[in-house]
Design a protein around this ligand. Structure first.
Ligand code: PMM
Length: 268
């Protein structure tokens, strides 16, 4: 029986994020939400201070640090396992010093050449997401998206290992929605098992993304994307994925309980 995926709950402390922007701007509100995510079943809370939404304005390191560090510190003080979602090596290092256990980098190290060294020196697990400069649809040009994403991740891994990162630290993520059109996201999901042979843990971040919105009536509220997200969590579990990164933890928790019962039923 495969282990169920870890649930990574999303805590965006940004004024302009994809789907929950602005909701958790105050430290108290953010911390309360982080604590709630754990109570709902998240085993890690992913704190991010820079929106990755296409067109979002970039954030300087000082502002990003000021947004995330008080939240990281307070969550750590309350015993919450925290990951830091950042492309900046300096922010990653400060967050690790404040007690973050893991670094989640949507650029997979391409956004800051100092990141590899921070990851090597601190020894924390590192989520290497597939990313292309620019990030928008203009970059979403593939002949075989699975083969190309796999190859580009392989190159990233090779560089990180030269920088001193241990293979066991790495978690791979195909980067759904980042330089990917809807059909690319579905191909990456449907063939996710092809990433398994790279020998690293996998993480999937499908939660509330635009390609799921396309399954719903036009103008449907964001929360309606939680049902398809939860189905993806269940299918990801069946594909041996190590973690799913989601906004709504209860629906994914429920979906994973179904997988658990299903697997137990099959094993009797
Ligand atoms: N997606 C977003 C932000 N961070 N990190 C990883 N590892 N994988 C993702 O797919 C990912 C991410 C964008 O979504 P959000 O703004 O709704 O958090």
């Amino acid at each position: 029986m495969t282990d169920l995926p870890q649930i990574m709950g999303i805590l965006n402390v940004t004024p302009d994020s994809f789907s929950d922007g602005g909701a958790f701007e105050s430290v108290d509100a953010a911390v309360a939400h982080g604590v709630e995510l754990v109570a709902q079943g998240a085993s890690i809370v992913d704190v991010g201070g820079e929106s990755t939404r296409p067109g979002a304005s970039p954030v300087d390191v000082k502002t990003e640090r000021a947004r995330v560090l008080p939240v990281v510190r307070e969550l750590v003080a309350r015993g919450v396992p925290v990951s830091i979602d950042t492309r900046h090596a300096e922010v990653a290092l400060s967050a690790i010093d404040a007690g973050a256990l893991l670094v989640n980098d949507v650029t997979g190290g391409l956004g800051d050449e100092g990141m590899g060294r921070v990851i090597a020196e601190t020894g924390v697990p590192y989520i290497v997401m597939h990313w292309r400069e620019g990030g928008a649809d203009a970059e979403a040009d593939y002949r075989d998206v699975v083969a190309e994403v796999r190859n580009e991740l392989k190159n990233r891994i090779a560089t990180l290992i030269v920088q001193g990162v241990q293979p066991a630290q790495l978690v791979l993520d195909p980067g759904l929605g980042f330089a990917k059109k809807s059909e690319h996201n579905w191909q990456l999901l449907g063939r996710i098992e092809e990433f398994g042979s790279l020998g690293h843990r996998l993480l999937i971040g499908a939660s509330r993304k635009r390609f799921l919105g396309k399954l719903l009536p036009k103008g449907a509220p964001m929360e309606q994307r939680d049902a398809p997200t939860a189905v993806i969590s269940a299918l990801a579990a069946r594909s041996g994925v190590w973690a799913v990164r989601v906004h709504d933890v209860p629906s994914t928790r429920l979906a994973l309980s179904v997988v658990e019962r299903w697997q137990a039923g099959a094993a009797t």
